[in-house]
Ligand binder design. Structure first.
Ligand SMILES: NC(=O)c1ccc[n+]([C@@H]2O[C@H](COP(=O)([O-])OP(=O)(O)OC[C@H]3O[C@@H](n4cnc5c(N)ncnc54)[C@H](O)[C@@H]3O)[C@@H](O)[C@H]2O)c1
Ligand SMILES: O=C(O)CC[C@@H](O)C(=O)O
Length: 410
């Protein structure tokens, strides 16, 4: 067995930003990784560029933007962890072309978001935000006008993925009738019904809740034209991404009463820290619940996310496993005790695997196990060799045209 290590664990630097839960630090330390730079807040762009220069792993949440420009500085970066669901803050293609897998926690905070949305539906139905604001101002306006039960009302969910479907179940248990629109055909849970178009959903439902990702198809999805298709006096909830709703169009609809209440947890522009003022035309409305992107911010969710994403870092660093990466060919690998493991990441072009294997044939080195996974852009080959130190082969492997990076794990 080879005793050398590719890079001592104490030299592998983890840069953890945005107050990631302590569980992440504990998982890394338990696995022998002690070089952890921890920040409670997001870093300013120039600080980030400096700190990422010698980082092998970076962990972030929704306020750190890893653009092409920032990744340019990250010459040593091996993997990125989004300690959340969304990965829109990372340029996934720019990471991929550098051979950097991106991991996230696809459902650790799902329940937390669904519970917050359900609570918002209930209080908006009862005009609680307005009553609360009035009582705080000393106004005792005891009235049932416009106050409704959720039971029997129609909930329209846009995006029936992890959160949308979880919300569907718990809303139905309250007696709401659930309809959803999704670009994919989805298995409806309970008595929920999928509808054929967004327009049909907006026309039909009393409450619309958005649970779609940020991408080109969802940018300003809820704009003036769409809002015109809402039932009069309906409610809108957005705990997905801020770019999905045209805020000025929503403000107009709130003024006219077309939309009678709303809850927003995410915004097109979110302050970077508590020191920056939140500016929005929605601040003037008592019938709008505004929260600072805390849909997934519960103790339970943050604990789970810390453990989940840090464990993915450890698996990739120790073992090369990329299972559940969002931008990378996924390989789930067994332990490699007693053998050295070579990782080769390359552009997906014909003949590269052949060239890799030829090197082993020429050196008369037996390949104990080999794993290959590709996507249209890149290939990821993992090669186990028994009782042989493959370090001298690294130069040859790196010289193969189309190689993005090659490493050895011992
Ligand atoms: N507020 C928060 O703190 C918070 C927390 C977690 C997740 N989120 C956000 O919630 C969103 C949903 O998360 P999820 O885990 O349910 O995602 P998911 O990937 O499980 O589900 C998204 C669903 O949206 C559908 N979809 C995509 N584009 C669509 C379109 N144009 N029209 C209709 N449907 C479309 C997909 O087919 C999928 O079913 C994400 O944007 C995520 O970033 C926010
Ligand atoms: O924790 C965060 O900053 C982001 C939470 C949420 O938007 C997510 O994508 O999981």
């Amino acid at each position: 067995m080879v005793n050398k290590v590719s890079l001592e664990k104490s030299k592998i630097k983890f840069l953890l930003l945005e107050g990631i839960h302590q569980n992440a630090v504990d998982v890394l330390k338990a696995a022998g990784y002690t070089n952890i730079e921890y920040h409670q807040k997001a870093l300013e762009p120039e600080e980030l560029k400096e700190a990422i220069k010698d980082a092998h792993f970076i962990g972030l949440r929704s306020r750190t933007y890893l653009t092409e420009d920032v990744l340019q500085e990250a010459k040593k970066l091996i993997a990125i962890g989004c300690f959340c669901i969304g990965t829109n803050q990372v340029d996934l293609q720019a990471a991929k072309k550098r051979g950097i897998p991106v991991f996230n926690a696809p459902f650790s905070n799902t329940r937390s978001v669904a519970e917050l949305v359900l609570g918002e539906i209930l209080v908006l139905m009862r005009n609680v935000p307005q009553s609360n604001a009035e009582v705080h101002r000393g106004v005792w306006n005891k009235s049932a006008a416009g106050s409704r039960e959720a039971r029997g009302k129609k909930l329209g969910i846009v995006g029936y993925g992890h959160i949308g479907s979880q919300l569907s179940i718990i809303a139905e248990s309250l007696g709401m009738k659930v309809f959803f629109y999704d670009i994919q055909n989805k298995l409806p849970l309970g008595n929920a019904q999928q509808v054929g178009s967004l327009e049909e959903l907006l026309n039909k439902c009393d409450v619309i809740s958005l649970h779609i990702p940020e991408n080109d198809s969802t940018k300003n999805l809820i704009n003036a034209e769409r809002i015109a298709q809402f039932k009069d006096g309906s409610l809108l909830i957005n705990a997905a991404r801020g770019t999905v709703v045209d805020i000025d169009a929503l403000a107009d609809a709130l003024k006219s009463g077309k939309i009678r209440g709303a809850a927003l947890d995410v915004f097109p522009e979110e302050p970077a820290s508590i020191n920056e003022e939140f500016i929005s035309p929605l601040r003037e409305f008592d019938n709008v619940i505004l929260t600072p992107h805390i849909g997934g911010s519960t103790t339970e969710a943050q604990e789970n996310i810390g453990t989940e994403v840090a464990s993915k870092f450890v698996k990739y660093s120790d073992n090369g496993s990329t299972l559940s990466s969002v931008n990378f060919p996924e390989v789930s690998l067994p332990e490699h005790i007693g053998s050295a493991r070579l990782l080769h990441i390359h552009h997906n072009k014909p003949g590269i695997l052949n060239k890799i294997n030829q090197i082993f044939v020429e050196k008369n080195i037996n390949i104990a196990a080999q794993y290959l996974q590709t996507d249209p852009n890149i290939g990821y080959v993992v090669i186990d060799v028994d009782s042989t130190d493959p370090t001298p082969l690294l130069e040859q492997l790196r010289a193969i045209e189309g190689t993005i990076r090659a490493r050895v794990l011992y």
